[in-house]
Design a protein around this ligand. Structure first.
Ligand SMILES: NC(=O)c1ccc[n+]([C@@H]2O[C@H](COP(=O)([O-])OP(=O)(O)OC[C@H]3O[C@@H](n4cnc5c(N)ncnc54)[C@H](OP(=O)(O)O)[C@@H]3O)[C@@H](O)[C@H]2O)c1
Length: 285
């Protein structure tokens, strides 16, 4: 048996990774959660080191969604050190696939996303780093934009009118499954995008039409976003993180189509129109 631990297993990509691997012969899948729903999941809490060894026991391969508690808790230990210590807890780990984010490679080395990438790169395992663009599933996630879509609300994000090549999380999961199950993708970093790019205005027009309620897009200027009192009240590292994320989203890089999904999977990435059609009933409910 080849044991795979999937972190963030109740989240948008972790769920899809479990689904993508579920029929793989010879695999034992363990979903990790800080609040396990049942006995099939193991408790892994980034803030509670005592949970790490049990979660990693006998694990051969890991899907890693990085800790974010350091973004909300200024007193939390450095996230790079935390991931380094977590990986070092295991004696059995051979493969790691990390969920990073688009543009992370170009950001300051002191920022969390690069610190986590470096911890994985230096782990001595066969690693693959995935840098996906914004997820399509943000629009169908109850803790993200779903409430705004269902209520015909407003979504305010700085993009400077640039298009985004949104990616379907099921494609991320299929890449994760391929890298974890088949190997051959070690020591590589992939930028994962959808097959085409849409401005947020066009994307929300498509969603509004499918969902039957007008969702308004507000293209807030990056500086206005960063100087909003709600943002200035946040710790400096959180503001630096937001600046990196929205700088990228407001640049031509956000609309680039890389073809890395197709290169790994041998089939095209799922498109935004199909995602919209699939979710029309959810948005209309
Ligand atoms: N959303 C996007 O468009 C996007 C794009 C590119 C990259 N990313 C990256 O994707 C990652 C996930 O972001 P997301 O917004 O999509 O969230 P998500 O994966 O849908 O949810 C976050 C997951 O983290 C787990 N978690 C929360 N607190 C935890 C803790 N203390 N210990 C262990 N696990 C904990 C949660 O599981 P439990 O509550 O069950 O513990 C949840 O499954 C981030 O690293 C982000 O940078 C996101």
């Amino acid at each position: 048996m080849y044991t795979v631990l999937v972190t963030g297993s109740r989240g948008k990509t972790g769920r899809a990774v479990l689904d993508a691997l579920k029929d793989h012969p010879g695999f034992r899948l363990i979903g990790a959660s800080s609040k396990p729903a049942d006995a099939s999941q193991v408790r892994l809490d980034w803030g509670d080191k005592a949970t790490w060894a049990t979660a990693l026991s006998g694990v051969d391969a890991l899907y890693l969604v990085k800790p974010t508690d350091n973004l909300t808790d200024p007193a939390a230990p450095d996230v790079g050190d935390k991931v380094r210590a977590f990986l070092a807890t295991s004696r059995s780990l051979k493969r790691v696939v990390l969920l990073s984010e688009i543009g992370a490679s170009g950001r300051d080395e002191s920022l969390d996303e690069r610190r986590v990438e470096r911890a994985v790169e230096e782990s001595g395992t066969e690693w693959t780093i995935l840098q996906p663009n914004w997820f399509m599933q943000n629009f169908s996630d109850a803790s993200f934009y779903l409430p705004a879509v269902k209520s015909g609300g407003t979504i305010s994000v700085p993009t400077a009118g640039k298009p985004t090549s949104f990616i379907d999380t099921r494609d991320i999961a299929d890449v994760v499954a391929t890298a974890l199950a088949r190997g051959g993708h070690g020591q590589r970093t992939y930028t994962l995008t959808g097959p085409e790019a849409y401005t947020w205005s066009d994307a929300l027009a498509m969603i509004s039409e499918a969902g039957g309620r007008r969702v308004t897009y507000v293209d807030i200027a990056l500086e206005d976003f960063l100087t909003n009192p709600k943002i200035t009240a946040l710790p400096e590292k959180v503001r630096a993180h937001y600046r990196g994320v929205y700088d990228l989203l407001s640049s031509d890089a956000a609309g680039a189509v890389t073809g890395h999904v197709e290169a790994v999977l041998g089939r095209p990435a799922r498109g935004f129109k199909a995602f919209v059609e699939e979710n029309a009933a959810l948005w209309r409910a």
